[in-house]
Structure formats: structure tokens, C-alpha cells
Design a protein around this ligand. Structure first.
Ligand SMILES: [Ca+2]
Ligand SMILES: [Ca+2]
Length: 903
């Protein structure tokens, strides 16, 4: 009663006050209390303090727009307290975290904490340990960050998927400045810790812009902090949308495919954010916190219309507007169909717009706001499919437990079939997909929750404007506002910023053996690359680099390769990006997505992708190359249309290989060194007429040691598999292809790599040698790997990467290494049981004769490697990012670098 009274008065008085005074720290409300007629002063707590906000984001491009829109609000009204990264959605943790740090640096907001990852797990009994990283959906979370991809596989890995999101279509490093914050292993605040800190220190509103994993884990493990969460606003789900396209509705007029997964043949109901972790979304919805949902129903009605796009193009008055528009433009230019303006919608930015407007108008009981029509609906999230209580092995909450995990009911809504992947036969029915996992479904039963739902974007009040929606206007106004604007981009941050392509001048030197290096961007591969670049060009002529994206790093990490080449003045070396999937893993009906039967062995968190993708936090010490991954493309290569700079296009591994073959001198042949899975090599061998141009292949990997001493392999995340080595395991069918081909193979197997895995030995030698920039960088990397190995069990496997350098040294063939080889008939086991996959066996009848490194002198190896890196010849032109910054702070004539070409 008293509340209602205050509310009415609030409303009236605020109207008067707001006209004269926009920002008020405290509003004193004069209220007449009953018949006493006394004048009482009340404090309105909502207006007394800024609204504290926490954002959980998957760092997709529309999340970037949303962040800008929020950061540009007056922080005395809307105060962004913390950001957490959703690591099982559209971006990879290592790229996302540095992307968000760069945005905050540009916006002058290094004060906002950002949380990512964490190594905590969930015990079989359902106990949630601290700092669960959110790399897995809750139902699949065990004690490791490696694991299956039942939902994650719906998201493309490469183009038009995580690769593009991680790099923001190539713009991230072309545009954003780089501050001092970055991901550093074991020092990075975890997502859970950042949530706990922000939420425990006062009332807060939570914006969810990705999967709900982090926030659901937070609620489940910190129920006592629920009282501080005032409201949750989430973009996601699909309740009763208007059909975005007429032809997708059937004769009844209802949408036949209301979700947005693609392909939709297994589940036409789900939207990506909710599908990425349905159980988490269910938990959030049913936790008893008020939830407002911005589903596809509403976002479908606010697409990136042509008129909005054109108006945005005209109005780019701030760095954040420029960054956002450039991203939109490259997305449009590379859109597969001509329907970009209908299909690309304002998702997360619309969420923020609607949420802030609702908060501003909090006196309205029904969520009235400027931008969206709202309606209360009773909703639940489908987490499993009927019949309930089915024990078909698909449900990790039930299968194998006498008491189901998290106390779910044996015959309840969580007990049915859980979608196993995009090709789950249970979900595939002729005509129409059957599974509803992640569907935000209306219901009348007790299992539905009353939720405020945005149903439609409101039209622009000003009907003379070309902008058809009220929010278009607000978005352009806010992002172009001169207040709280970005300070600079990478170009304007420095007075003399300039970009060069460095190309070496080897004069009349005779070039040595043509070599192609195929790497998967694991830590040791970068050291092997530095070593190859330091070998005299008369000995080794490094013609190109191929990236196997099926190993320890995700494809967007290709930028680190470009940066190393730039540092070493080798911007002339082409870099080709390989296939996203191991052989047989791409979805047969939609090759952009695929399964993770082998890649599931790589941890997502510490010691895995998170660390490789950031080169253990050290990638940012490298100078920034003008060459980088980009989505620029051209019709010439089969793309839908030319972009503005088609020449910048990222070549594929196959294209680079072909161009090298075409440039070969008559009679010469190429030697290939592979330091990762054999995905690219298999493709090369299968391609026409080129395998005869291969002199031989040095393969780092494979385990043959067990034949002598029963020693085990190294695929530690698949304990049942005892003898395989990662590079064979990660693409066994490719390995099989190579090991049944006619190509001459020299194998540098695991047991030989293990002989050179002493961090102390190599670091001691490095301390005693000339400190070239490349020695300094290698020292930083190696000492970090060593320290991590000593400090945390998650890093027990760091010597895997130290041993990787050996292949390059064997290829160089220094006679003092005393290397000896033996010939054995080998076969790679590629099919059948997961316990055997990737194993190498000796098969006298069917095996291929392979030359195996049998012995060498490890002491000489360490000496040799360190001496090559410490040689002042063929050394770096730009030792570090700091050195590059010094260059950008000095006028050009004072610098004496040799550069061939300004870009
Ligand atoms: Ca998002
Ligand atoms: Ca490797």
C-alpha cells in the first residue's frame, strides 16, 4: 500500500522534475500521507544511485555495438560495473577477452573489470566447484575444459563463424588501439570471480548477450547473492515471431521455422544464445529473478535496413561509430545472399536500448519503453525432448546416476532426450526437425514463468524520417554523441603511425632448399618458425607457411604468425589458412559446421585454446603486422561479390601451396615440415600433380616409442587412449592418407621430442647467448611455459611444446647433431575405437616404409638452436610492439629501418 502510494507520487513528481533537471542524484519526493496532511520526505532509491549493470557477452559484432551504446550513457545514471565473457558461444575466449580489453581501452574505461574462463569443474554429484569457466554447457561440464560440442557444433568454426567474430571480420587489429590490459595465464580474473565481486557489492541489473552459462553457474553456486540481482535482461529465444520471410510460413500462416539455427533440419525452434546452453537458460528463467526477454520476435522487426545503413554511413563522427559501421559494411559485403538488410538484425544493441529505456521509465508497470512493444507471457525453456524419463544415453543429467544431477526429477522436463548434435538421428525427421532443445516455449502449466517479452520494435515517431524505427534514431544519436567518446584508433593514437611491409634483400645469395612449414600454432611451432627464419637463406628457403586449424589454436590466431613474420622482416612469405575441420568431421549437408570427435581433446581453458590463441599472453608483445586475417574477398575466388579491398583477401592453404608450386624453378622440389595435424598435408597429397613435386616430408609427431619401452602417448585428455600422439589423433584420417601415400616421410616421433624437453637447459643456454630480439622473445615464452608447468597442474603438459622445435632442427640437418634414422613399416590406426585412434603400429605386410629419427645428440641440439637464434644475422627489424610504438612516436626520417613498401 505504502509502496503504491510512493509510486504514484514518484511518477507525478518526477515528471515535473525531469523537465527542468535531467540528472538528479537524489530526488526528494513530497508525499501527502493520508488524512494527517503531514509533509514527509522520501528518498527514491532508484534515482539516488546510478543503475549498476553487469554484462555477460560473447563478443560478437552486435555485442560490440551494444557495449558502445552502454558505455556512452551517462555513468551517473547507468554504470557498467563489469563484463564477463561467455566462452561457449560465437567467440573463443582468448580472442574475445583481448577484443573487449581493446574496446575498453579505446573508450578510456580500463577501470571496468573483465572476467573470462576459470578452471573449476562440476563433480559427478553435481557439486559446482569455484571458478567454472563456462567453456561447456552446464550439463556437459565435468572436471576439465576439454569436451564434447553437442550445442557448440551449431556455430561455424571458420568463415562466417568464430574466425570472423574473433577477429571482428579482420577489423579488430586494423582499427582498435592496444592498451596495457591483456589476458595473462593464472592472473586473469575468472568470469565467476568478476560476477561475484560485482554482484556482491550492491544491487545490480544483469544483461545477458550470449549463452546463459556463466550467470546460471553463478546463481546455482551463490544463491545468497540472488537478492542483489534486481533484474535480468536477456537477448535470446524465439517465442511467437512473425515470419521474417513469407515463404517460411506454411499454409496455416504460422512460422514453420521460428528459430535461427542453421541448418534448421534438426531443430527449427531454437535461437543460438539459448540453444548454446538450454539448461542454463532454464535455470536463469526459473530462479525467481524478474526476467525480460528480447527474443527474435522483436529483433526480427528491427533489421539493418538499407536506409539505416545509408544513414549510418553518413554519420560516423566517433571512433566507435567508425568501428561499428566498418564492421557492418564488411559483413554486408561478404553476406552470402542479397538479403543482408532483411536478415541481419539489431540483436544485442536492441536489448540494451530496450532495457535502458525500461529502467528509465521504471514507474511503468508493464515495461513501457520508447523502443519495443512489450507483453507478459508464460514461458519455459525446453531442455529435453519427450518422452520424459527416457534413458537413451543422450542425457548427461540422468544417464549413469542413481540420483540425477542437480536434483532434477527422473520423469521431469529435464529427463528426456537431449539433442546430441546437428545430425542427431532422434531430431531428424523427414520434412521437419523434431528437437526443441533451447525453445523458449509458451506454456500454461506450473513449469512456465511470467516473463516480460519484447514482441516488436516500435516505429519512428517522426514519420518524415527515413529511419523506420525509433531505436535506429537513438542508436545513431548515442553512438555519434561527442560525449564519452573513444579517444583514438590505432592510427591516430600515435603522431607518426605508418605501416610498412618489410621484405628482405638477400642480394645475389643462392637460395637453399625450398621449404614449406605447416604449423598448428601451438607454442613450440612459433619457436620452430623463428628458428627457420634465422637459418641462413642459402641453407633453407622458407617459401610459405600453411596453417592447420585443426590443432592447438583456433584459426584467428593466424595473426600471430603474420606478426612474427613482420618482426623478422619477412612480410614476403605467404601464409595460407587450412581447413577448419579434420577429415570427415564437417557436416555432410552443411560444411560450415561440424563435429569435434578429435578436437574435443584440446582443452578450451588453461593450457589449451585460451593460451594458444594469446600465445600465453605474449602475442601482444609482437609488433603488429599490416598483414592480418581479413574477410575481404573477391568474385574471382568464388565469393558473392567484391569487397572494397579484394586484394587483401586471406588465401587458403591450398592456394598458397599452388602458388609456391607454380613459382618453383624447373627441377626443384619442395620439402615440407609439419608441426601439427596432417590436415593440409593430406589435402596436398590428394591434389593433382603436386605430390611428385614433394622432395620429402618431415613430420613432427606420432608415437613409436611404446614398441621399445611401453611408454605412453600424450593425449592426456582422452585417458582411455594410451599410445596416440596429438598430431596423429587430431586428424587420424588425414594421417592415414599420408601414411599410405608414396611420399617420402621422415618422422620425428614423440620419444625423440621428449629427449629435448628440458626447460632449464635451453633457458640456461639462452641466458648465455647474444640477446637478439628473437632470443628475448623465446626466453619470455619458454620461461613462462616452464613457470606455468611448475605452478599449476593444468599446465603439466608444457614440455609437449618444447619438444616441437626438434623437427625444424632435424630438417636443417646440422651434422653435429649426429642424427641417425631407422626404417620401419608403419601404419596409423584411424578408425574404430577411440582408445586406438591415432596410434601408430608396425605392420610388416601393409605398413609404409617410414624413416624414423632414432638417435641424435641432445646437448648439441640445445647449443645449435640457441646459437642460431642468437645470431645477429637475419634478425628482427622490429623487436617488439613497444619498439613499434617508439617508431610511431618518431618522425620517419629519424628511423633507419629498411622498408620496401609502404601500405
Ligand atoms: Ca551476443
Ligand atoms: Ca604444433
Amino acid at each position: 500500500m505504502q509502496t503504491m502510494f510512493a509510486l504514484v507520487w514518484n511518477n507525478e513528481v518526477r515528471k515535473l522534475f525531469c523537465q527542468s533537471q535531467r540528472v538528479m542524484r537524489v530526488i526528494w519526493v513530497a508525499a501527502m500521507v493520508g488524512s494527517l496532511g503531514a509533509l514527509v520526505f522520501l528518498v527514491d532509491p532508484d534515482d539516488a544511485q546510478p543503475h549498476r549493470i553487469l554484462v555477460d557477452t560473447d563478443a560478437d559484432t552486435d555485442d560490440v555495438f551494444a557495449l558502445f551504446y552502454l558505455l556512452k550513457q551517462d555513468s551517473t545514471r547507468f554504470d557498467l560495473q563489469a563484463i564477463t565473457i561467455n566462452a561457449n558461444g560465437w567467440s573463443e575466449a582468448g580472442h574475445a577477452i583481448n577484443h573487449v580489453y581493446d574496446i575498453l581501452f579505446m573508450m578510456g574505461r580500463d577501470d571496468i573489470p573483465v572476467g573470462v574462463g576459470g578452471e573449476g569443474g562440476i563433480l559427478p554429484n553435481g557439486t559446482i566447484l569455484p571458478n567454472v569457466g563456462g567453456f561447456q554447457p552446464i550439463i556437459d561440464q565435468g572436471m576439465s575444459t576439454a569436451g564434447e560440442c553437442r550445442y557448440r557444433q551449431a556455430i561455424p568454426v571458420a568463415q562466417r563463424g568464430r574466425l570472423d567474430v574473433n577477429s571482428n571480420y579482420g577489423l579488430r587489429k586494423a582499427f582498435l588501439p592496444q592498451g596495457s590490459r591483456r589476458y595473462t595465464p593464472l592472473q586473469q580474473p575468472t568470469a565467476q570471480q568478476v560476477m561475484i565481486d560485482a554482484i556482491s557489492s550492491g544491487p545490480i541489473t544483469v544483461f545477458l548477450m550470449g549463452a546463459h552459462t556463466n550467470f546460471a553457474i553463478f546463481l546455482m553456486s551463490n544463491p545468497h547473492l540472488k537478492k542483489n540481482v534486481k533484474h535480468v535482461y536477456a537477448m535470446g529465444g524465439s517465442v511467437r515471431p512473425n515470419c521474417p520471410k513469407i515463404n517460411s510460413s506454411d499454409s496455416s500462416g504460422e512460422c514453420s521455422d521460428i528459430g535461427n539455427l542453421y541448418p534448421q533440419d534438426s531443430n527449427p525452434y531454437a535461437e543460438f544464445n539459448i540453444f548454446s546452453d538450454p539448461f542454463a537458460a532454464y535455470k536463469v528463467l526459473h530462479f525467481g529473478i524478474p526476467v525480460t526477454l528480447i527474443p527474435l520476435d522483436a529483433t526480427n522487426t528491427i533489421p539493418l535496413s538499407k536506409s539505416f545503413f545509408m544513414e549510418f554511413e553518413r554519420r560516423q563522427n566517433t571512433y566507435e561509430a567508425k568501428y561499428s559501421f566498418q564492421a557492418l559494411k564488411i559483413i554486408r559485403d561478404t553476406w552470402l545472399s542479397d538479403a543482408f538488410h532483411e536478415q541481419y538484425c539489431m540483436w544485442d544493441s536492441f536489448l540494451v536500448g530496450v532495457a535502458l529505456s525500461i529502467i528509465r521509465n521504471s514507474h511503468n508497470l508493464y515495461g513501457e519503453n520508447e523502443f519495443a512493444e512489450m507483453q507478459y507471457m508464460n514461458i519455459t525453456v525446453v531442455t529435453s525432448n519427450e518422452p520424459y524419463g527416457a534413458l537413451d544415453g543422450s542425457n548427461p543429467l540422468i544417464t549413469g546416476y542413481s540420483t540425477p544431477r542437480f536434483n532434477v526429477q527422473k520423469n521431469g522436463v529435464h529427463s528426456g532426450h537431449v539433442q546430441m548434435g546437428m545430425q542427431d538421428p532422434f531430431c531428424l525427421q523427414k520434412g521437419k526437425g523434431k528437437c526443441q532443445d533451447g525453445y523458449t516455449k509458451e506454456g500454461t502449466g506450473e513449469d512456465a514463468v511470467r516473463v516480460l517479452v519484447a514482441t516488436k520494435a516500435k516505429p519512428n515517431h517522426d514519420n518524415r524520417s527515413i529511419l523506420g524505427r525509433e531505436f535506429y534514431k537513438s542508436f545513431l544519436h548515442v553512438i555519434n554523441s561527442p560525449e564519452r567518446t573513444g579517444r583514438f584508433d590505432i592510427r591516430t593514437q600515435y603522431p607518426f603511425h605508418r605501416e610498412f611491409l618489410y621484405k628482405p634483400d638477400f642480394g645475389k645469395k643462392i637460395r637453399g632448399k625450398p621449404v614449406v612449414f605447416d604449423m598448428d600454432m601451438s607454442a613450440g611451432d612459433f619457436l620452430a618458425l623463428l628458428y627457420l627464419l634465422k637459418l641462413p637463406v642459402e641453407l633453407i628457403n622458407l617459401k610459405g607457411i600453411l596453417i592447420s586449424s585443426t590443432g592447438w589454436a583456433t584459426p584467428a590466431t593466424i595473426d600471430v604468425v603474420y606478426d612474427i613474420l613482420h618482426m623478422m622482416a619477412r612480410d614476403d612469405i605467404p601464409v595460407g589458412l587450412g581447413e577448419a575441420f579434420a577429415v570427415g568431421q564437417a557436416n555432410p549437408s552443411f560444411a560450415a559446421i561440424g563435429d569435434c570427435k578429435y578436437s574435443k581433446a584440446i582443452p578450451h581453458g588453461s593450457g589449451g585454446y585460451l593460451d594458444s590463441d594469446t600465445l600465453y599472453g605474449l602475442a601482444r608483445d609482437l609488433p603488429r603486422s599490416p598483414r592480418r586475417y581479413t574477410t575481404e574477398n573477391s568474385v574471382k575466388f568464388g565469393d558473392p561479390r567484391d569487397t572494397d579491398n579484394p586484394g587483401l583477401r586471406q588465401p587458403s592453404a591450398q592456394e598458397v601451396w599452388k602458388s609456391i608450386v607454380e613459382s618453383l624453378d624447373p627441377g626443384s622440389k619442395i620439402t615440407i615440415l609439419t608441426n601439427g595435424p596432417l590436415t593440409n598435408l593430406a589435402q596436398i597429397i590428394l591434389s593433382e600433380n603436386t605430390s611428385s613435386l614433394i622432395q620429402g616430408v618431415y613430420i613432427v609427431g606420432g608415437h613409436t616409442g611404446y614398441v621399445y619401452d611401453n611408454s605412453e602417448g600424450n593425449v592426456f585428455t582422452v585417458p582411455s587412449n594410451k599410445y596416440a600422439e596429438f598430431n596423429m589423433f587430431l586428424d587420424p584420417l588425414a594421417a592415414k592418407e599420408v601414411f599410405t601415400s608414396s611420399v617420402d616421410i621422415r618422422l620425428v616421433p614423440l620419444q625423440m621430442q621428449r629427449r629435448v624437453s628440458s626447460f632449464s637447459t635451453i633457458l640456461n643456454r639462452m641466458n648465455a647467448t647474444t640477446q637478439t630480439p628473437e632470443v628475448v622473445f623465446a626466453q619470455h615464452l619458454l620461461s613462462r611455459l616452464w613457470r606455468l608447468q611448475q605452478e599449476h597442474y593444468r599446465y603439466h603438459h608444457m614440455d609437449i611444446f618444447l619438444g616441437e622445435i626438434l623437427g625444424a632442427a632435424i630438417l636443417a640437418g646440422n651434422p653435429h647433431l649426429n642424427q641417425t634414422f631407422t626404417l620401419k613399416p608403419l601404419k596409423v590406426l584411424a578408425d574404430g575405437d577411440i582408445t586406438k585412434i591415432g596410434e601408430i603400429v608396425i605392420d610388416e605386410e601393409k605398413g609404409k616404409q617410414v624413416t624414423i629419427l632414432e638417435n641424435f645428440n641432445p646437448e648439441t641440439y640445445y647449443d645449435h638452436f640457441v646459437r642460431v637464434l642468437g645470431d645477429h644475422r637475419q634478425s628482427a627489424v622490429l623487436g617488439s610492439f613497444h619498439e613499434q610504438e617508439r617508431m610511431w612516436n618518431s618522425p620517419p626520417e629519424k628511423m633507419n629501418f629498411v622498408h620496401n613498401q609502404q601500405v
